[in-house]
Design a protein around this ligand. Structure first.
Ligand code: HEM
Length: 504
């Protein structure tokens, strides 16, 4: 069937920035495929399915749900770079070829649709959540509603300098983290860093948004409860990404999940209300993100409130596990750690501060962070619901299809990276002979385009601070434990990360 030329999507304000990162040739190629030349959607390879339940049993099988990396690597070996699975009458597609990811994301439109939020949206509309969020869904919404909300927060959260303003305070919090880790070491110098990293991430994002301290590293009750509830949600939420609320409701443990969801709304809501009460908008020295958002959107707007609440939640486990994994990679690679230490001594000195000016010069620190995320990204990949017909992997993909870029597999594939399993920060240094030549769509740990992670500037600052201050003070050593991944909403270490911290 000839469906004709795939239309070029209209570019909106936010979309333009994303689309400009694609070469004109790539855009032309993506847009001039004749759908009639492609094979049909139903011809996309599939693993064996159950007659009644489609691929649900395969996806929910414990070992598959628990490690999406292994599951999808096997599927790719069996079925090739594109395959689909059926779920509740919907057919979802997975992509392993970065060129297809590039096509998908270049045809995203001005308001890309992120699949997987439907159940979270339904939950937010329940009476017990409405009490905290009102009618405002924030960035889990879609379409026009998402677009308006994103434009209302984009500049204050994504401006390159927006995070650097807080560098001194985040550095203080990083030093508190290291004091805590130092104090918890056993006689062999070993410490468990998983919970302290969560406390660090929560404390940092709280400071950035509210301009005040939550006391998470000091064991405050709010901090402890938020971390516990977020941990529960992360472990439990995989079904919520793929099942509708009417099915999730009947799963064992849903009532406990609802209790945790209440904590995750009630505590940030109370903290944000407290911060709003003391806000002095005329005091331009108050540069918390909440103040900036209220100045921009007005006191009556729900935007600052909901964005701050969501950030207190979104900024805990994402940054914490990424940070713990980064310290693990540095500990396991002493030569690279030593190279980083030399850079630290050169730009910060053996005990000095990490100023924004020093950070701008510390390319090896930035490369270590990027390389660690390439090896073990906490987010599986990039999901989109297509809004135009397109051709991916030689197959016609109708508008409205849910497609997932299998990012955590392409970023460690030997097709794109030399010696892919090794920690080689040099591959991110332009002047280095090891500089990678991979298609940039093979490694997108923050997503891409208008819906890319809005907290990435804050998260990166926290990660740089954590790693620079840790290596400045300690020689990090592994304790002989490798990290395996457990998939929930995120890919996180399947056990607490323990390292040896030797004072320099
Ligand atoms: C290492 C830490 C983090 C990682 C790896 C990460 C990763 C991601 C990814 C992959 C996406 C989806 C992007 C896409 O589909 O194109 C995303 C979206 C998002 N992230 Fe992050 N994130 C991190 C930290 C944070 C923090 C600290 C915040 C809060 C300030 C945050 C808030 C959000 C929000 C609100 C969205 C949805 C954006 C939208 O749909 O407009 N993230 N993040």
């Amino acid at each position: 069937m000839m469906l004709g030329r795939v239309g070029r999507p209209a570019l909106g304000v936010v979309q333009q920035a994303a689309a400009s990162s694609l070469s004109q040739a790539a855009k032309e190629e993506a847009c001039t495929w004749e759908v009639g030349e492609a094979r049909g959607f139903r011809d996309i390879p599939q693993p064996p399915r159950s007659f009644l339940l489609g691929h649900l049993p395969l996806m929910m099988k414990k070992e598959n749900a628990r490690n999406q990396g292994i599951f999808h690597t096997k599927l790719q070996e069996q079925l090739g770079p594109i395959y689909s699975m059926d779920l509740f009458g919907d057919t979802m597609v997975w992509l392993h070829d970065p060129a297809d990811a590039q096509t998908l994301l270049s045809l995203d439109g001005p308001a890309p649709i992120l699949p997987g939020f439907d159940t979270f949206i339904e939950i937010r509309k329940l009476e017990e959540q409405k009490e905290f969020f009102g009618e405002t869904l924030g960035l889990i919404s879609q379409g026009e509603e998402w677009s308006k909300f994103r434009q209302a927060v984009q500049q204050d959260m994504m401006r390159p300098k927006s995070a650097l303003y807080y560098s001194r305070e985040i550095e203080d919090i990083a030093m508190e983290l290291l004091d805590k880790i130092a104090g918890s070491r056993d006689v062999g110098g070993r410490a468990n860093i998983s919970t302290p990293c969560q406390e660090f991430a929560l404390e940092s994002i709280g400071l950035i948004f509210l301009g005040s301290r939550l006391g998470a590293l000091q064991g405050s009750e709010d901090g402890r409860q938020l971390i516990e509830s977020m941990g529960h949600l992360m472990a439990w939420s995989f079904p919520m990404l793929i099942l509708p609320l009417k099915a999730v409701r009947w799963l064992p443990g849903f009532s406990e999940t609802k209790r945790h969801l209440k904590h995750l709304a009630e505590i940030p809501n109370r903290r944000v209300n407290e911060a709003l009460k003391t806000l002095d908008l005329d005091n331009l020295e108050d540069e918390s993100i909440l103040s900036k958002l209220v100045r921009r959107n007005g006191r009556d707007s729900k935007v600052p409130h909901v964005m701050a609440m969501d950030s207190l939640n979104a900024g805990i486990d994402t940054t914490a596990h990424t940070g713990a994994i980064l310290l693990h990679h540095l500990a396991e690679n002493p030569e690279k750690q030593e190279k980083l230490y030399q850079e630290i001594v050169e730009h910060m000195g053996p005990t000095g501060r990490l100023t924004p000016a020093a950070l701008a010069k510390m390319k090896y620190l930035q490369a270590c962070q990027k390389e660690s995320q390439r090896l073990l990204p906490v987010v599986f990949g990039t999901g989109r619901q297509t809004q135009v017909d397109m051709v991916l992997g030689g197959y016609h993909i109708p508008s409205g299809t849910k497609v997932v870029r299998a990012g955590m597999i392409t970023s460690v594939s030997s097709e794109h990276f030399t010696d892919p399993e090794s920690f080689v920060p040099e591959r991110w240094l332009r002047a280095d002979p090891k500089y990678n030549t991979a298609n940039s769509f093979a490694n997108l740990p923050w997503g891409h385009g208008p819906r890319a992670c809005i907290g990435q500037r804050f998260a990166k600052l926290e990660l740089y601070m954590m790693a620079a201050k840790a290596v400045q003070r300690f020689r990090l050593e592994g304790v002989g434990e490798s990290i395996n991944i457990a998939t929930g909403m995120l890919n996180i270490p399947d056990k607490d990360v323990r390292l040896r911290f030797m004072e320099r």
